[in-house]
Design a protein around this ligand. Structure first.
Ligand code: NAP
Length: 245
C-alpha cells in the first residue's frame, strides 16, 4: 500500500474560508499539512485565519475561480503543491422555481461548481506530483433533486462526469469528489434564509443517521480521498442515508 502522507503535504483549499473547506483546513493543519485557503472575500479569509488561530502553516489567497486569469495566477508562483481541493459554490439566488430563475444566478452556479473546477485542473494539475490529487465537492441534489434546486442538481451531476473523465486524462494524479448531504454551514442562508434551522431539523428527523451533517463530517471524507492512494474517479457519498429516503 502506498501511503499518501498528510504531514508536510501542501494543500490548496478553494472555499476554505467557510463551511466544509474551513473544517478541512483545521483538520489538515492539525495533521501537520501546510494549507492555503482561497476564496473571493479577503474579509472572509481573514476571519478564517483568526478562526484557525493564525496557524504558522496557513496561508490565504484571494481568488475568483470563475476567472481564468486569476486561476492561472494562483499557480504561477512555483511553490510546491501536492493536493487541490475545491468546496467553492456560489448559489446566491439560484434556489428558485423555474419561472423565477435568473440566468445570471444559474450561470454563477455553473461557473463556480463546474468551470471553476475545470480551470483548477487545467492550470493546477501540471503543478502536482504523480501522487497528488484533486478533490471536488458535488452534492446529494444530483440524486435527490427538489423543486427550486434544479440548477444545483444539474451542476453536481455535470461535475461528477468531469471527475470520471479527468481521472483518466490526468492519471496517475487522482481525481475524486465528495458528495455531501445536507450539512449545517453558512450556505444554508442562501438556500432557506430564516427557515434554515427548521429546514435542517426536519431533514434530521427523516435521515437514517438521525441528524444533518456537520462540516467536520465532510472534512473527514475529503481527508480520506486525499490520503488513499488507490481511490480515483470516485464519488464518495457522505449524506447520512439521504439517498435512501
Ligand atoms: N451545505 C450543504 O448542505 C451542502 C450540501 C450539498 C453540497 N454542498 C456543496 O458543498 C460545497 C461546500 O459548501 P459549504 O456548505 O461549505 O458552503 P460555504 O460555507 O458557503 O462555502 C463555500 C465557499 O466557496 C467560496 N466561493 C464561492 N464562489 C467562489 C468563487 N467563484 N471562487 C472562489 N471561491 C468561491 C466562498 O467564499 P467567497 O464567497 O469568499 O468566495 C465560500 O467560502 C459546495 O460546493 C456546496 O455546493 C453543500
Amino acid at each position: 500500500m502506498t501511503a499518501i502522507r498528510i504531514e508536510g503535504a501542501k494543500v490548496l483549499i478553494v472555499g476554505g474560508g467557510s463551511g466544509m473547506g474551513l473544517a478541512l483546513a483545521m483538520r489538515l493543519l492539525a495533521e501537520g499539512a501546510s494549507v492555503t485557503i482561497a476564496g473571493r472575500s479577503r474579509e472572509r479569509l481573514a476571519a478564517a485565519r483568526r478562526h484557525l488561530g493564525d496557524h504558522p502553516n496557513l496561508a490565504t489567497r484571494a481568488v475568483d475561480i470563475t476567472r481564468e486569469e486569476e486561476v492561472a495566477a494562483l499557480f504561477q508562483g512555483g511553490e510546491p503543491l501536492d493536493h487541490i481541493v475545491s468546496t467553492a459554490a456560489d448559489i446566491e439566488g439560484a434556489y428558485q422555481l423555474l419561472p423565477s430563475i435568473e440566468l445570471v444566478a444559474a450561470q454563477r452556479v455553473v461557473e463556480s461548481k463546474f468551470y471553476g473546477p475545470l480551470l483548477l485542473a487545467k492550470h493546477g494539475a501540471i503543478r502536482l506530483p504523480p501522487a497528488g490529487s484533486i478533490t471536488y465537492t458535488s452534492g446529494v441534489a444530483a440524486y435527490r433533486p427538489a423543486a427550486r434546486g434544479s440548477v444545483v442538481a444539474a451542476v453536481n451531476a455535470a461535475l461528477e462526469g468531469l471527475v470520471r473523465a479527468l481521472a483518466l486524462e490526468l492519471a496517475p494524479i487522482r481525481i475524486n469528489a465528495v458528495s455531501p448531504g445536507w450539512v449545517d454551514t453558512p450556505i444554508w442562508g442562501f438556500v432557506a434564509g430564516d427557515a434554515k434551522q427548521a429546514t435542517l431539523d426536519a431533514m434530521a428527523e427523516r435521515l437514517p443517521a438521525g441528524r444533518v451533517g456537520q462540516p467536520e463530517d465532510i472534512a473527514d471524507a475529503i481527508r480520506f480521498l486525499i490520503g488513499n492512494g488507490f481511490t480515483t474517479g470516485t464519488i464518495l457519498h457522505v449524506e447520512g442515508g439521504h439517498r435512501l429516503v
